[in-house]
Design a protein around this ligand. Structure first.
Ligand code: DAH
Length: 342
């Protein structure tokens, strides 16, 4: 009697071992047969009462071993089939298909800075950097600002305490550079600057400038003009004309403002150039000998030129953007219009 039940177990074990599993379907059939809610192993335990008491232990162990064999086989083939499916999927993947990748882009200010840096680096200018929190000496005094200059007023400058302020221009980096290195010095200095302005479409309390400085023996106004002419043509197109208007900055002597021919209307007259045919893009001049001396550079041997331009302003002109606040609001609808303008 007992033997009958033992041989049933052997038969089932045989079936489990010989069950062919190659597809996910086979695996499912196997699962239903041996692990499902009405599986073949379930009735085996109910036969235990028909087994001779001395054989019951061995019988129970055999049933358990059977269950374990089914579970192990199932786990093994489940893994194999999953692996096979992944391999098949990889083999069938078409790597040449176009992808709809959502690519970001650099902020227009970063793109413009890169462009300006690129142009000047082709002329041998290196990039220099300075702190945004400055002392009076680097932001004003060394640059020849008289003690009563309006820029030193709380109205225009964010003072942090009596000694420190947020820099109002990148000209402060000129001073640091001249203090820490010897001519020839040829550098551009991009960075963020701060002014105590009411925020409006036209002005902001933070913006970006690029400062330029060239100090060496025999640097002349002609060098300044030629350098900026090259820049204007690279930046705004090869037919761009430039003109200089006399101006005043405490740190340059002589000082000028540079205009470029209006790239929007080709000097026919338009709202961008206010019908004058010219747009102002930067301030410049020959470094005042006092400034050279303040920085420990002998003004009898060396001369230099400097210039400074506003990046937001240049972008606003170029892309006819009428509100400076757009640069700082991070509105994706605005920013994504500047996909690779460079
Ligand atoms: N620092 C000036 C400003 O913020 C810009 C400037 C003008 C820089 C003339 C210069 C320069 O180096 O020569 O308005």
């Amino acid at each position: 009697m007992s033997n009958k039940y033992f041989s049933t177990i052997d038969e089932i074990l045989n079936n489990i071992q010989n069950w062919q599993i190659t597809t996910a379907d086979d695996l499912e059939q196997f699962r239903i047969a041996y692990l499902g809610s009405k599986n073949e192993l379930k009735p085996l335990m109910s036969h235990i009462k028909d087994i001779a008491p001395e054989d019951r232990k061995a019988y129970g162990q055999k049933v358990n071993a059977l269950k374990q064999a089914a579970e192990e086989k199932f786990a093994l083939f489940k893994e194999k089939i999953a692996e096979g499916a992944a391999k098949k999927q990889a083999a069938e993947m078409d790597l040449s298909l176009p992808v709809d990748l959502k690519m970001g882009n650099a902020h227009p200010i970063s793109q413009m800075l890169e462009q300006v840096i690129g142009i000047f680096s082709r002329l041998g200018f290196v990039v220099a950097d300075g702190p945004e929190i400055e002392d009076d000496w680097h932001n004003f005094s060394a640059l020849n600002f008289p003690p009563d200059h309006p820029a030193r007023d709380m109205q225009d400058t964010y003072f942090l305490d009596k000694d420190y302020a947020l820099r109002t221009h990148t000209s402060s980096v000129q001073v640091r550079l001249m203090e820490s290195s010897r001519p020839p010095i040829r550098a551009i200095m991009p960075g963020r600057v701060y002014r105590n302005e009411t925020i409006s479409a036209r002005s902001h309390c933070q913006f970006h400038q690029v400062e330029g400085l060239y100090v060496a023996e025999n640097v002349s106004l002609a060098d300044l003009k030629q350098t900026l002419y090259y820049f204007a043509r690279e930046m705004y197109g090869e037919n761009t004309k430039i003109r200089f208007r006399p101006s005043y900055f405490p740190f340059t002597e002589i000082s000028a403002e540079m205009d470029i021919s209006c790239f929007v209307c080709n000097q026919k007259g338009c709202p961008v150039c206010k019908h004058s045919g010219w747009v102002e893009i930067l301030g410049c001049g020959m470094v005042d000998p006092n400034v050279l001396e303040n920085c420990g550079i002998d003004s009898r041997i060396y001369t230099g030129f400097a210039f400074g331009m506003g990046i937001e302003r240049a972008l606003m002109l170029k892309y006819r953007i009428d509100d400076i606040r757009l640069f700082f609001e991070n509105d994706i609808r605005f920013l994504q219009q500047f996909k690779a303008i460079v």
